[in-house]
Design a protein around this ligand. Structure first.
Ligand code: FAD
Length: 426
């Protein structure tokens, strides 16, 4: 179109999430987007309120013919889209929904016969990998706002639900995202061997940029390619992201409800939950991971797996409590990936081995063999060299007593027996 209104509506329901890391990151994103639009002759228009009403009102004011948006999958997003479509139709306007930007392969494309979604990843991925992805388009060189519409001042971090962000939070925005993606295309080759190495930190860290739409998964796949073992393994993770999105699109209720109920009667244990949240469980690998979340608003995937297993299977606390805590702090937190990965680990989701328990000591030995990840995030243990850092309770009495670090809050073997028992009965 000759005239376009780039619009961002601060949705009060979203601001209510009160995740300071997301608020800060989103603020960076909007600043960057507004600057890029201004460079092209337009600017960002911002409204605050109910998204359907705000879009409808502005579309009427500028006599818009069409409203465009990117498809999204959560129950909230689906309801919002439907309401918007109806409101616009009542005024004689059309809503155009674009697939291939929130996910690489749209939900519903790769499904077994007679099913509305795929529930097993491996066959899903086989077909996903054969799909032709939409080609990314270049950004327009010039854009113009309609007469009488002006760019708005940007909302402050507070208006986006923010407070004190994590000290080491990544910077948001499309320019930062592209810089990181370019750097990643040079190192992705090592991903297959390096992605589980906690101290090596050799994953892309692109998740918040994907979450906020600074990059589309389609573009990420196009730029990275699939020519090396590393690139192939990395693209497979993008397919995991699509997999969870297509599950949520078909079953929005799994944001709260078990996808596959196992009859769990979760333990109520506020003290243990608190210790987990603060990184004070006495298991250094778990505590390092939880403190990474507190200082960066982000956590390595291997760390997410092991702390989620610790909460749901060792402490046998409801995955919903853990998922909610993650959503309050993760800068990349989203309903599809967060809730469905939590369900995966808890054994109520798509995992075909729902009762496996990740033993934190074995995880530590495998994925942080020298203990560097623990020393990076748990300063109380920095003086302990090598892998001994994973089992401070084995230190001589006087050394252990000098540490300002708790004893383990739970016995792993007893916990595993409790869990087996609980699942066995269900
Ligand atoms: P890379 O390893 O570089 O992978 C590239 C991209 O693939 C990621 O950016 C992400 O978009 C996608 N991806 C990777 N692993 C997964 C996965 N298991 N499931 C879905 N997509 C994946 N990811 C989120 O984006 N948001 C969440 O809220 C979220 N919550 C999680 C909660 C738990 C309990 C677990 C176990 C995993 C969760 N993940 C979530 C998935 C994964 O941990 C992160 O996507 C990943 O750690 C992000 O780091 P990265 O960008 O360096 O990933």
């Amino acid at each position: 179109a000759g005239r376009v209104v780039p619009l961002f509506v601060v949705d009060e329901a979203m601001a209510g999430f009160r995740n300071p890391n997301k608020a800060s990151f989103l603020h960076d994103c909007l600043e960057d987007l507004a600057a890029e639009l201004a460079d092209r002759g337009a600017g960002l228009v911002v409204r605050r309120g109910h998204p359907t009403e705000e879009v409808r009102r502005l579309a009427a004011r500028v006599h818009a013919e069409e409203v465009h948006l990117a498809a999204d999958v959560s129950g909230y997003a689906q309801a919002r889209q439907k309401a918007l479509e109806e409101a616009l139709a009542a005024d004689g306007r059309r809503l155009v929904v674009h697939e291939g930007s929130t996910t690489a392969v749209p939900p519903g494309t790769v499904t077994p016969q007679d099913k509305d979604h795929a529930a097993v990843f491996t066959p899903y991925y086989r077909r996903w990998a054969q799909e032709r992805l939409r080609k990314p388009l270049a950004a327009p060189r010039r854009m113009a706002l309609p007469d009488g519409v002006r760019p708005s001042p940007l909302p402050g971090v507070g208006a986006l639900g923010g407070g004190d962000a994590a000290p080491d939070l990544a910077r948001g925005g499309e320019r930062e995202a592209r810089r990181r993606l370019t750097a990643w295309t040079r190192t992705v080759g090592g991903y297959a061997e390096g992605h589980d190495d906690l101290a090596g930190d050799a994953t892309s860290r692109l998740s918040p940029y994907l979450h906020f739409g600074c990059l589309s998964p389609t573009e990420v796949v196009a730029r990275v390619g699939r020519d090396s073992e590393g690139a192939e393994a990395f693209v497979r993770q993008i397919a995991w992201r699509d997999f969870h999105h297509q599950m949520l699109a078909a079953r929005p209720q799994v944001a709260r409800r078990d996808y596959r109920p196992r009859g769990d009667r979760w333990r109520e244990d506020d003290e243990a939950f608190q210790a987990w949240r603060e990184g004070l469980t006495g298991y250094p690998i778990v505590d390092a991971a939880m403190r990474q979340l507190n200082t960066e608003g982000w956590m390595h995937n291997r760390a997410r797996l092991l702390v989620a297993s610790f909460l749901t299977k060792t402490l046998y606390i409801d995955w919903r409590r853990g998922a909610e805590h993650f959503l309050e702090l993760l800068v990349d937190g989203d309903i599809a990936n967060n809730q469905l990965n939590w369900q995966w680990v808890a054994g109520t989701g798509a995992d075909t081995r729902p009762n496996r328990v990740l033993n934190p000591l074995r995880q530590a030995q495998r994925f942080d063999p020298d203990g560097d990840f623990v020393r990076r995030y748990v300063p109380e243990l920095r003086g302990i060299a090598g892998k001994a850092v994973h089992e401070p309770w084995r230190l001589p009495e006087d050394e252990r007593g000098a540490l300002d670090y708790p004893a383990p809050i739970v016995d792993l073997e007893e916990a595993a027996a409790t869990f087996r028992d609980a699942r066995g009965r269900s």
